[in-house]
Design a protein. Structure first.
Length: 531
């Protein structure tokens, strides 16, 4: 077993020298021995909770991580942090907490490691914001780190077809339009989510899981195995072993998460989507096979370091693309010539907006604005069908500051799609969309309404042109007309004058920069890993 010199590790501050006797006594109280305390301390963080099936299997996997750490010469220190699960938070005020939870997860993991001087970190997450949250904390701390996804849920079965929770969201729209009975809706909801694990489709959680491998922070194949399968525990144990290898080789997250690695991550986001569930992708060959064909096509940087201690090119060396499966396509036979999302800019969104074009039959839309100042009022109008074909539904004051928290709109978009109106109306918001959103929907519009962006100046009946081919989004108003409206515009008072949501609104940056709450490395004075 490898031995480590703690004299140059952060944990020396809590475990070496006579003046640290009180600190060591705390570890003995928890059953650790003097030998254990002499080893590196490895944080093992999971976002376990009983909020939703996404997180329920994570503590089990954490125990396997700890076994891997101990087997390789480290002393694991397990802790949990929060998760706000979008499936439960969706469609009501709770969704304001979702994006904010990403920051709280990153902040809390960072604080725990800093406060206790841990030498490395393994993070296990299972829901949309917890995956990026933990990866963000790893890059902030810059101690050797490995990320592992908790795994996806198995698909449910309804009338002989695979179903996910998104089918239930869309069924709500079908029910409201008389296309599905209450009895059928109940039958679907009872079978849609049969096991532990994150939402089964290629939505946000599974997309972020793909990112974890593409960006190099997760072991190959670890993103694919469904949550209930015991094979997940093998990847968890191997992750515990691997973090000790990284500690020995002094390979840190910022050696891995480079500009090129971020481009690899963006590439895999653009290259994924479609009708299959995550389990299907795993059985077809998983993330490594997708990365392999993208690499063969020249779309992936092969010289990026990964948590295996090898480059992406070296990781992909023995992998061959299997042409016999139907889930993954070779790089030269894509489902479409473009990725699933397109950036838009114009006088309605000077800082940009995002439209999800995956599955859309037409890429242009012109219609008249129907304005709502929050999601609830828009959802009420959709449920009562108080909109018409050709409308551009505007949901504003839902941005990072205005929400606060930049809510997802899956309940509303799912209801519209379920009513069969996914491409007969458009929807524009300064809030977000789920990875599961379908239909002609534009999100992340900036500047947001709360800051007086053009979306705040729209009135019912304004004509809006969206062109996803040209990448434009414009309202048919002159600069003078927009300026006149801006002079008359008054900022809205927030519903939140205290607490976490208030605090978030004071610091959060714009959507096009990722809604950051701190300036990042450009303002960093001290690298924690070097304390």
């Amino acid at each position: 077993m490898r031995k480590f010199n703690k004299k140059k590790l952060p944990s020396r501050h809590t475990s070496l020298g006579a003046d640290r006797a009180p600190h060591r006594s705390f570890y003995y109280a928890m059953g650790e021995t003097e030998k254990d305390v002499s080893k590196p301390f490895i944080g093992v963080v999971s976002t376990w909770n009983e909020a939703a099936p996404c997180n329920i299997a994570l503590m089990r996997q954490a125990q396997s991580v700890k076994k891997g750490v101990r087997a390789s010469g480290g002393t694991p220190r397990e802790f949990c942090t929060i998760t706000v699960t979008d499936g439960i938070a969706m469609g009501h005020e709770g969704m304001k907490s979702s994006l904010i939870s990403r920051e709280v997860i990153a902040d809390s993991a960072e604080l725990t490691v800093r406060g206790h001087c841990y030498d490395a970190l393994v993070g296990i997450a299972g829901c949309d914001k917890s995956l990026p949250g933990l990866m963000m904390s790893m890059v902030r701390l810059n101690v050797p780190s490995v990320f592992i996804y908790g795994g996806s849920i198995l698909p449910g079965k309804y009338k002989g077809k695979d179903v996910t929770v998104v089918d239930v969201f869309e069924a709500v729209g079908k029910h409201s339009s008389g296309q599905m009975s209450a009895k059928e809706l109940r039958k679907l909801e009872l079978v849609a989510c049969p096991t532990a694990g994150a939402c089964g489709g290629q939505f946000t959680a599974n997309t972020m899981a793909c990112v974890s491998e593409a960006i190099g922070l997760a072991l190959p194949y670890s993103a694919g195995t469904p949550a209930p399968y015991e094979e997940r525990d093998k990847y968890a144990k191997d992750s515990g072993k691997m973090v000790m290898e990284l500690l020995a080789k002094k390979i840190k997250p910022r050696d891995i998460v480079t500009r090129k690695a971020l481009e690899n991550a963006a590439t895999i986001v653009a290259a994924t989507g479609g009708k299959y569930v995550a389990k299907d992708m795993w059985l077809a060959g998983g993330v490594p096979m997708l990365l392999k064909t993208l690499y063969d096509g020249g779309y992936i940087h092969g010289d990026c370091m990964t948590v295996t201690g090898k480059t992406m090119k070296e990781n992909l060396k023995g992998i061959k693309f299997n042409p016999k499966q139907k889930v993954l396509r070779a790089y030269n036979k894509p489902l479409s010539p473009d990725g699933g999302v397109v950036g838009l800019k114009g006088n309605l969104a000077p800082e940009g907006g995002i439209v999800k074009i995956a599955g859309l039959k037409k890429l242009q839309f012109t219609g008249r604005a129907r304005c709502f100042d929050n999601e609830e009022s828009a959802m009420k109008a959709v449920q009562s069908r108080k909109y018409k074909d050709g409308d551009v539904i505007i949901i504003r004051y839902e941005g990072p500051v205005g929400g606060p928290g930049m809510r997802e709109m899956l309940s509303t978009t799912g209801a519209i799609y379920g009513q069969g109106k996914g491409e007969k109306v458009a929807l524009i918001t300064d809030g977000r969309f789920s990875g599961a959103t379908r239909g002609f929907c534009v999100g992340h519009v900036g500047p947001e309404a709360a800051l007086g962006g053009p979306i705040a100046l729209l009135r019912n009946g304004d004509v809006i042109d969206i062109d996803a081919k040209k990448g434009t989004i414009n309202v048919r108003l002159t600069k003078a007309q927009l300026a006149s409206r801006k002079r008359k515009w008054k900022a809205r008072k927030s519903d939140f004058g205290s607490g976490t949501l208030w605090k978030y609104a004071q610091t959060v940056g714009p959507a096009f920069l990722g809604a950051p709450t701190h300036p990042g490395k450009k303002k960093e004075v001290k690298d924690y890993s070097k304390i």
